[in-house]
Design a protein around this ligand. Structure first.
Ligand SMILES: [Zn+2]
Length: 171
């Protein structure tokens, strides 16, 4: 939608709109206002023919609001109508398709990353549990044994894995 709006605002003038929808401009560029009953043309344009104003009823706006008011459409409907009437439809469709493809690719990438993260998280959790077990298995009996190297390794492993898990919330 954004691209179509840009194209419409950038390239369509009120002269195009008047010509397309059957309004005849007088020599001064005014048309008979379709939004109130009048005999003398009092709807004119300004801002390089991008905006319009009726000096009879006070209505005014830009290209899109003219079409909204004329056909009783909301903003999106007016953009679609202008796109169709002036041949921007294909661009818009191509654009939407390209965006959908991009969004799908982005979603797939995010899922892949999440999957990898969860695998890594699981392996850290498994190692943490294994260290906990080893810590229990090799815990020295006080006063009897010297500290087993596997016990020290297990304690360090527990600390390391715990630290990692603290820094990486489960997602
Ligand atoms: Zn008017």
């Amino acid at each position: 939608m954004g691209r179509a709006v840009d194209i419409i605002k950038g390239s369509l003038t009120m002269r195009d709109i008047f010509a397309k929808y059957g309004f005849e401009q007088n020599r001064a560029g005014f048309i008979v206002c379709p939004f109130h009953s009048e005999k003398t043309a009092s709807l004119g344009t300004y801002a390089n023919d991008k905006r319009w104003k009726c000096f009879g009823c006070g209505a005014g706006g830009d290209v899109i609001s003219f079409v909204m008011k004329l056909f009783g459409l909301n903003f999106s409907q007016a953009v679609i109508r202008l796109g169709a009437d002036f041949g921007f439809t294909d661009d818009e469709k191509t654009d939407t398709r390209a965006m959908a493809v991009q969004r799908r690719a982005q979603r797939a990438k995010e899922l892949e990353e999440l999957e990898a993260y969860r695998k890594e998280w699981d392996s850290h959790m498994l190692r943490y549990r294994a260290c906990e077990e080893a810590e229990k298995d090799f815990r020295p009996h006080i006063g009897i044994e010297a500290m087993h190297p596997s016990y020290i390794a297990a304690v360090r492993g527990c600390e390391y894995e715990w630290e990692w898990l603290q820094g990486h919330p489960w997602r």
